[in-house]
Design a protein around this ligand. Sequence first.
Ligand code: FAD
Length: 406
Amino acid sequence: MKRPNIVILGAGYGGMITTVRLQKMLGANEANVTLVNKHNYHYQTTWLHENAAGTLHHDKTRMKISDVVDTNKINFVQDTVLSINSDEKKVKLENGDLEYDYLVVGLGFEAATFGISGLKENAFTISNINSARMIREHIEYNFAKYNNEKEERQDRLNIVVGGAGFTGIEFVGELANRVPELCEEYDIPREKVRIMNVEASPSVLPGFDEELVEYAMNLLEGKGVEFKTGTMIKEVHEDKILVEKDEQQEEIPTNTVVWAAGVRGNSIVEEAGFETARGRVKVSDTLLAPGHDDVFIVGDCALIMNEENDRPYPPTAQIAMQEAENVAHNLKVLVRGGSDLEPFEPHLKGTVASLGEGQAIGVVGDKKLFGWTASVMKKVIDNRYLFMLGGVGLLLKKGKFNIFTK
Ligand code: FAD
C-alpha cells in the first residue's frame, strides 16, 4: 500500500506540535511527513513583544527546526507557501509543488487593519522575528537620531501602540522597561519620551477581570504609559497620526506606530477557497475545513466557536497546541485505516499577560494572579511549552528561569 503524504504548512505552535507528535506516534513506514516553513527556525510568537521592545534578544525566542524535529523521520522543506489547490491536492511553493493526501494548515495570523488610512503603509506589526527586529532597531535609531539634529523632533520620541488587547498591553509593559534604558544610553530625559496606548474600547484588556485591569493600568501608568481609551486611530502618516475621541480629533506627532489591535488568519486560506469568517476557517468539530475530509486547520487560521457564549474562542497559542495534539491523533487514526475521529474540545487553563519584567496579571483556573506570582506563572507556562516541544534539552537551552526578578 502507498504511504500517505502528510504535509504540514507552517512551523508555529500548531505546525510544530503536530509534527513532533506525528514523529513520535507514527512508524517510519506508515506515512511520509513533510513540514514546510518560510524559515529554517521556529519562533515563540508569544515572546515577540519582548524582542520588539528590545528586552529579550530574538535568538532566545527562535530555535532551529532541525534541532527540534528529527529530519531523518520528517522531511523539512524551507520554502514559502504561495497557494493551496484542494481540488488537485497540491500546495504551490515558491520553489516547487507538493502533493498531499492529508494537509495540515498552520500558517498563523496576519494583522487586520480594518481599512484605516495609511496604517498598512506606515505602521509596524509584531508578527514575526523580522518585524520584531525591525521595530527594535527603528525605536533605537530614532533615539540615536534625536540628539543629532538641529531641530528637536518630538515624533522621534513618541511611541504609539494601537490596541490594548493582550499583545498591545504586553508590548507597552516591555517598552516601559526599555525606554528608561534607552534614555540613559542616548542622553534623553525620560520625560521627553511618550509611550501612548490607543484603544477604541472604553477600557483596556476588554473581557479581562476588572480588578486585574485596574492593577495593570495603575502599574503601567506608574511607569509612564499614557492610555487613550475610547479613542479611534483614524489616519496614520509617516510622522503623525490622527485620533478621534467623542468626535474631537487630535494629531499626534510620531513616526513609530505599532499596530496590535487585531489579527485574522493568513490570507492564503481565504484565497484557497475555504469557507472563512473574519479570515479564519470555521472548522468542523474534528478541525477539518468545511467540505473537506483531508484538510485540517490549526491555530490562528482556524475559527472555533465557544458554544457557551456563541462567540469564537480567541486565537491563542494554548488553543493552537491543543488543536495540534487532536489533529496528530486523528491523522494517526486515518493513516491506520480508521475513521473514528476524535472531536476537539478546548481545555482552557487560564490566561496570563505579562506587564514587563517581574510583573503580570492573569487567571489560572478560578484564581486571579497579580504581580510577581503571575509573572512566575507566565514563565512556568512558557517553560512547559518548551518541554512539550523538545524535552529537557530544549527547556534548559531556551527556558526562562529568572523567577526571582521582582
Ligand atoms: P504562528 O505561531 O504564528 O506560526 C505560523 C508559522 O507559519 C510561522 O512559523 C510562519 O513563519 C509560518 N508561515 C507563515 N506564512 C507562511 C508561508 N506563506 N509559507 C511558509 N511558512 C509560513 N497566545 C497565548 O496563548 N498566550 C500568550 O501569552 C500570547 N501572547 C502573544 C503575544 C504576542 C506579541 C502575539 C503576537 C501573540 C500572542 N499570543 C498569545 C497569540 C499566539 O501567539 C498565536 O495564537 C499563536 O502563535 C498561533 O499559532 P499558529 O501555529 O497558528 O501560528
